[in-house]
Every structure is written in C-alpha cells, then in structure tokens.
Write a protein of this length. Structure first.
Length: 210
C-alpha cells in the first residue's frame, strides 16, 4: 500500500526554499538527497478497460532503473492519497514500447487484472518526463520521503506542467504524515493536490473520464 500527501507548488523555485528549511534540514538523513530523471509511460486498452476500473499500469525509467507499477483502489482526500500498489523491477527497455501484464503474474491481483484486460492490446495513454528531487526524513517517530517533481505530462498531443511536492510515508502513522504536511503547506502556502499525475493527464483530453 502507498500512502502519501501531494501538493501543488506555486513555482518550481519553491523547492529550494522547502529543502533548505531549518526543520526539514534537521530531519533529513545525511547524504540521502538525490536527483533522479524520470520517464514514465502509461498503458491501457483502447477502450479504457483499466482506467474504468480504477487501475493504472505504468512503466517508468527511474535513473538507471526500470520499474513496472500497477495501482488500484485509490482514494484521495485533502491531498492524502491511499492506494494499493505493486512494483516489479524490469531488465529490458522493450517494456516501454511493448507492455505485458504478465510482469505482475506472481501477484494476488493478477487474475483480476487479466480478466479486466480481457486479452486486448495495451496502447500508450500518456507520457511523463520530470526530474525528482528527493530526500529521506526521520523525525524520530516516522520516516518519510519528501520529493519534488518538475517536468511535464503529455497526453494526445496536449501538455501540462508538473510542479508537485509529495511526502510519502515509509513508517509511522498517518497523523505524523499529516502533521509534517501541515507544517510545509502552511509555511510555504501550497495547496493540496487530489488528482494523481495520471488523472491530470486524462483531464487534459476528457474531464469526464474516471
């Protein structure tokens, strides 16, 4: 399960002020900050079998790594996103052009996934290119990853800028996560983001899609 808070940055430059904040620096694990170039591609059947069931299938280059991800049963309230998630490491870039749901064959959700896809061809839905700046935080009672994504979403010829901050809960309670989110959002006046990047991509072309 993935649990994280999402916020919209007012400006991409806000990231520097947040990462340089005294309280954030105090919680940051020394040497944990990293900058990762991300290239993500999202797939579905032509008639949207997966998105109609609230499922998202993504293949993403994360620096030197390649990862397939399946997400489902997502809920978002006041910027808090909770959803089921499976990540499978891949070793062949061919999956960026030729996705295969069989990469999830060892998971409990595979039978349902196979039924939803129903043997149909998977096609490219959208692409995302961004740089993630991330740091691991430890406040003594919880461990989190604070990250900022700067880049763009492209869907059916339309493009949207990404300026997004995320705080993912690694260990600890949701309350600790919310407390950290409130500190950052109040101090830097950023607003909760209830839509995932995938949903924002869909909204570029059809605001009525699920």
């Amino acid at each position: 399960m993935e649990i994280e808070l999402k916020y919209k940055l007012n400006e991409a430059s806000d990231a520097d002020a947040i990462f340089d904040d005294v309280k954030i620096l105090d919680m940051a694990d020394a040497g944990s900050e990293k900058h990762i170039k991300m290239h993500a591609v999202y797939f579905d059947t032509k008639d949207g079998n997966l998105s109609s069931k609230g499922m998202v299938f993504r293949v993403r280059e994360e620096g030197e790594k390649l990862m397939a991800t399946l997400k489902w049963d997502g809920v978002s309230i006041d910027g808090l996103h909770v959803r089921e998630e499976i990540n499978v490491p891949l070793n062949d870039r061919v999956y960026l052009q030729k996705p295969d749901i069989k990469v999830f064959s060892e998971s409990d959700i595979f039978e349902e996934l196979e039924s939803i896809v129903d043997g149909k061809e998977l096609v490219l839905m959208m692409e995302m290119n961004f740089v993630r700046r991330a740091v691991r935080l430890d406040n003594g009672v919880g461990i989190f990853e604070l990250s900022v994504d700067i880049g763009n979403i492209s869907c059916e010829g339309k493009t949207k800028q990404i300026n997004e901050l995320e705080i993912e809960l690694f260990s600890g309670s949701n309350e600790e996560l919310k407390e950290l989110g409130e500190y950052i959002s109040n101090k830097f006046r950023i607003s909760p983001e209830n839509h995932s990047k995938f949903r924002q991509g869909l909204d570029l072309v059809d605001k009525n899609r699920v």
